[in-house]
Design a protein around this ligand. Structure first.
Ligand SMILES: C[S@@+](CC[C@H](N)C(=O)[O-])C[C@H]1O[C@@H](n2cnc3c(N)ncnc32)[C@H](O)[C@@H]1O
Length: 247
């Protein structure tokens, strides 16, 4: 798992990503889809530090959140004392209840590193959905993103909160020797204090991008019907959102 999701670093994620991700827009986008298909409740997989949770909990849609990182679950629960959160791995979970809709946002599907994990996640999601339930998720589009990082790309993202300034310097490059569309993502996280960059953590991850066709086939083979494919660029990546229905 990325080092930024636990052991105290979840607080840095929390601060930085609030400036990268517009959670108000995220909520409007995903709640519109859930309402459009007349679904009354949602499970968010990879709920992170609970910003989308906060908005769902204040809405008419009943919300449950799940994350692999116990520290993220604790942070979500602290932010949302009335919310329901579970620690769980999307590739292997059992919650003893089912949902009208399940969402995975912020390209958390990039951690489904091989096809066995993709299969396991889709099967778990299928079994946790009610009849005609909706599965909605985003993914990094390899077709558009890989040509952009083909030769290796260094990208700096700055984040400024009330009291702190951060900088993340990422180096991304496709790993074309792998069987899937993997890329190397090396990121150095700094706090900027008096013009000096103080290294907070150095994260080296291998993550996965997908093509639309891959997801169409995974979903079809696991008894989902693709209803919509939405082009939705995110702060750093070419991203699609898929809406699929349990058959
Ligand atoms: C990019 S963050 C997104 C968090 C949140 N959705 C947001 O918008 O801020 C990815 C999250 O997915 C979680 N995660 C990674 N692998 C997971 C897995 N196998 N099952 C459940 N959660 C996972 C991480 O702990 C992290 O909180």
């Amino acid at each position: 798992m990325q080092s930024l999701y636990s052991n105290g670093f979840e607080n840095i994620y929390d601060e930085m990503y609030q400036t990268f991700i517009n959670y108000k827009d995220e909520f409007e986008f995903y709640s519109k889809i859930i309402n459009q298909y007349c679904k009354k409740n949602v499970l968010e997989i990879g709920c992170g530090s609970g910003h989308l949770a906060k908005r769902f909990i204040n809405s008419t849609i009943d919300y449950n959140g799940m994350d692999l990182s116990n520290d993220m679950v604790l942070l979500s629960q602290k932010r949302n004392p009335t919310g329901t959160f579970f620690k769980g791995d999307m590739t292997n979970f059992y919650l003893n209840k089912t949902f009208d809709s399940i969402i995975i946002t912020a390209r958390t599907t990039s951690y489904l590193l091989n096809n066995i994990l993709v299969q396991k996640a889709i099967k778990n999601i299928h079994s946790h959905l009610n009849e005609n339930g909706i599965f909605c998720f985003d993914f990094i589009d390899a077709n558009r993103f890989f040509p952009f990082i083909k030769e290796g790309k260094t990208i700096t993202h700055k984040a400024e909160t009330k009291n702190k300034k951060y900088s993340r310097i990422s180096f991304m490059k496709p790993k074309i020797t792998k069987e899937n569309f993997m890329f190397q993502w090396d990121a150095k996280y700094y706090e900027i204090k008096d013009q000096n960059h103080v290294l907070l953590t150095d994260d080296q991850s291998e993550v996965r991008a997908f093509t639309i066709n891959e997801w169409q086939l995974f979903l079809e083979l696991n008894n989902f019907k693709v209803l919509e494919i939405i082009d939705r660029k995110s702060y750093a990546f070419d991203t699609y959102v898929i809406v699929a229905q349990k058959q």
